[in-house]
Design a protein around this ligand. Structure first.
Ligand SMILES: O=C(O)C(=O)C[C@@H](O)[C@H](O)[C@H](O)COP(=O)(O)O
Length: 369
């Protein structure tokens, strides 16, 4: 199976996303063109390190680089101030220089945390993303959103700092636990709902195979997702408008994640899956889209095993959920911004959602309906 390259077109910060199986062992050769010295500092986590760190270091060394590494604890809770400080301290302890290339080897947490550290270390150093999860390959490694969570909410401190290159080795997904594959799959589905109904139809036919491990289906889904994201990021790098569509399901999802304390009770992608259902149901309640589209999404999520509602033992507090949503980065002049959809493939932004309709939707879903 061949690899392909998608370009994120950002003028003098344009960068490639290399996609395909077997790229990790070519990392040295692929990264060489963006190195300004020979020092490379790899940041990874304690789940990824035993699987892929040695291979990456070997490939870099074979290309003439001097790789060093630092290993962080795996999990969303690592995206916080104490771990950011620990990472910066570890980086400075290696006598990092401005020409040192930082490489994030891992999922969204490693990528977001490392990218943010790179953006402020020595006032900004270059970094490369080597995403090892489906979620990171289709979404978080591309586009330059980096950051950490705070007690006020998800990703509330961070920077736009674009990587110099993204290397998505789709064979690395073979070691990913099914729950993590599913969490990443939610972000894949998102691209279909935003503006690609044909891709959604393709996912209905091929999603189960993709999740089960079909290599070609995975490569196709990663490439299609990256092309969509690259196009939107190139059009609106700092989310002044159209980029906010990539946030479909996230205003809801982030609120659910905050309520569950960024714990394993709800992975980010699971929150996004439920959040997308909320967005489509809200669109239908407002008379903006057919109820059948929300039902079609629920059917697809159910069929692959992603959550599509709030069933479970937890009692969700509607007022608290809305409170979290008020802290969303898309709030403007105090008004919440929602990504809604007129249809599957018809995403749009709205600042006109009456709060009582939102509360009714959340109450219905909290009651398991
Ligand atoms: O890249 C974007 O833009 C996105 O919104 C993609 C999201 O899927 C991603 O989770 C992002 O990190 C969320 O951004 P945030 O601005 O809502 O924190």
């Amino acid at each position: 199976m061949s690899s392909e390259t998608v370009t994120v077109d950002l003028g003098d910060r344009t960068y490639p996303i290399h996609i395909g199986p077997g790229l990790l062992d070519r990392a040295g050769e692929l990264i060489l063109p963006v190195m300004s010295g020979n020092r490379v500092l790899i940041v990874t986590d304690d789940q990824v390190a035993p699987l892929y760190l040695e291979r990456l270091e070997r490939s870099l060394a074979a290309a003439g680089a001097m790789p060093m590494h630092t290993v962080m604890p795996a999990g969303e809770k690592t995206k916080d101030f104490p771990h950011l400080e620990a990472l910066l301290d570890a980086m400075l302890s290696t006598r990092v220089e401005r020409g040192t290339l930082i490489v994030a080897l891992g999922g969204g947490v490693v990528g977001d945390l490392t990218g943010f550290a790179a953006s402020i270390l020595l006032r900004g150093v270059d970094f490369v993303q080597i995403p090892t999860t489906l979620l990171a390959q289709v979404d978080s490694s591309v586009g330059g959103k980096t950051g950490i969570n705070t007690r006020h909410g998800k990703n509330l401190v961070g920077a736009f700092h674009q990587p110099r290159l993204v290397l998505a080795d789709t064979a690395l997904l073979d070691t990913l636990p099914r729950r993590q594959v599913l969490a990443g799959y939610a972000e894949v589905v998102k691209y279909g709902i935003i503006d690609d109904p044909d891709f959604f139809t393709w996912l209905e036919a091929n999603g189960a195979a993709l999740i089960a491990g079909d290599a070609e289906a995975r490569r196709h889904a990663v490439a299609t997702s990256c092309r969509a994201k690259a196009r939107i990021v190139a059009a609106d790098e700092r989310e002044g408008g159209v980029r906010a569509l990539l946030n479909l399901g996230h205003t809801f999802g982030h609120a659910l994640e905050a309520e569950t304390g960024f714990s394993d009770e709800l992975l980010h992608g699971e929150g996004v899956a439920i959040g997308m259902v909320m967005a489509l149901r809200l669109s239908a309640m407002l008379g903006l889209s057919p109820q059948a589209d929300a039902e079609r999404l629920v059917r697809h999520l159910d069929s692959v095993g992603l959550p599509s509602g709030l069933a479970g033992p937890r009692l969700w507090d509607v007022a608290r959920l809305i409170g979290h949503m008020r802290g969303d980065k898309k709030v403007k002049d105090g008004a919440m911004t929602f990504v809604l959809a007129r249809s599957i493939g018809g995403g749009f932004l709205s600042r006109d959602v009456p709060e009582d309709t939102l509360a009714t939707l959340l109450a219905e879903m909290a009651a398991g309906r």
